[in-house]
Ligand binder design. Sequence first.
Ligand code: NG6
Ligand code: CA
Length: 494
Amino acid sequence: MSKSERNQRNVIIVYADDLGFGDLSCYGSHQISTPNLDRLCAEGLKFTNAYSTSAVCTPSRYSILTGRYPFRNSRAHILPGDAGCIISPELDTMPKLFQRAGYHTGIVGKWHLGLGDGSHPIDWNQEINLTPVDLGFDESFIFPATADRVPCVYVEGRKVVNLDPDDPIEVSYEEECPFDDIPTYHKNPEMLEMRSSHGHDMSIVGGIGRIGYMRGGSKAVWKDEDLAETFLSRALRFINDSQNTEQPFFLYYALHQPHVPRVPSARFRGATALGPRGDVIAELDWCVGQLIEELRRLDILDDTMIIFSSDNGPVLDDGYVDRAYELNGTHRAAGPLRGGKYSKFDGGTRIPFIVSCPNLVRRGESGALISQADLFASFAHMLDMPLEPESAVDSQDMYAALIGEDPVGREELMVEDVTCGKMLRRGNWAYLSPSEGAPFMGNVRIETGLSMDPQLYNMDYDIGQQTNVAWDYEDVVKDMEERIQRIVRSEGTR
Ligand code: NG6
Ligand code: CA
């Protein structure tokens, strides 16, 4: 029996960072051309009602890998670059599921779930005792957090890449810089190649202000313009190496684009009229194209399931002066949705979601309601692997929806905004539970959706969430609020 007859298809999740519902040409952008993703979309299934579980990174990434809503982990918030790992090695993860099914598993790209067991601050010069290789990944080539946070280094397996023992790495997230001999944002403005608009004013690495202070490791520090090709070449290497095994593979390829700081490689500088944000989306699209080409070259494309998505919605100014607003023109990064990254409105969590596998997945468009947390249980179904009751407790088996056989998907799903306020989507209803906080985040210029009033929107008529009908449907509001309270008290929703 072949691998595909056993349903042991290769699986690649390509996970962009801060890419919005309207950022791809196949999702309606006229200003950014993404021919490779458009082709993937044309040959696969485009979802229009898919959600991440959070409007920011760490919690969404926690959910996709564990199949659990972020509120189940009190540490699932945007992490500093020196945080301990928030996934305990005992917890079941999606890559562990693939390992149990006999797959070769790998991660390449952005991690942002913490490293080390947290028992002591990470010593970046030693082996790190808890990394993706302890959580189900056979191979791991990552950067620890985000491109705007120190340490700006790659970690392979348990070790920083290109570490020089004579130039040890020290990292601090104290407010005051503990190292007097390193360049910092306020002390050395002459070294800046990109200014920050807010935050990002601690260490200067590669001419860019970062969050956190870092000293040493000069040979290990990445070059921002090389990130895309470095990750891409590692992803291709993983796929090629997998061909020497008898095993199918599972690759989690977590792109760093279009998160700030946006530094495209030379070939994409000026690729769009939108400045760096558009350029790195063009670059991201090219990376996906290269990946697909390699699969075609190896003659495994038709039996490889590719899932492309993003961890949260878009933001133009996330802390650097890179003219994203000025050059945005009529582009709508969140498409017709209200709000963006950080929001409780749909712009925060409704994201592009494309599934392709020519020999398996139907082509077209699907309005099925689906959460990224569902991938875990859906793959368990695909692999015919049982799940223990304590595994992936919020992951629902959406396999039929993923391959295009079920147009409906979930009955309901819950997401969180940056403050952990809750939104419940059920059928056409989006219910935003009252929670504290400013309605507008001035620095990033995004409507948060935070309000002490209940909000209810009919997504069928009002995709832009303009008309709050909560007062007209008090029974729906009451029921959905009670449901959120029940979910939050529950042990799981699978
Ligand atoms: C914010 C950062 C922002 C971004 C975000 C995390 C500042 C002022 N803003 O705190 O730039 O890094 O965290 O983004 O520091 S995420 O996509 O990884 O969640
Ligand atoms: Ca993100």
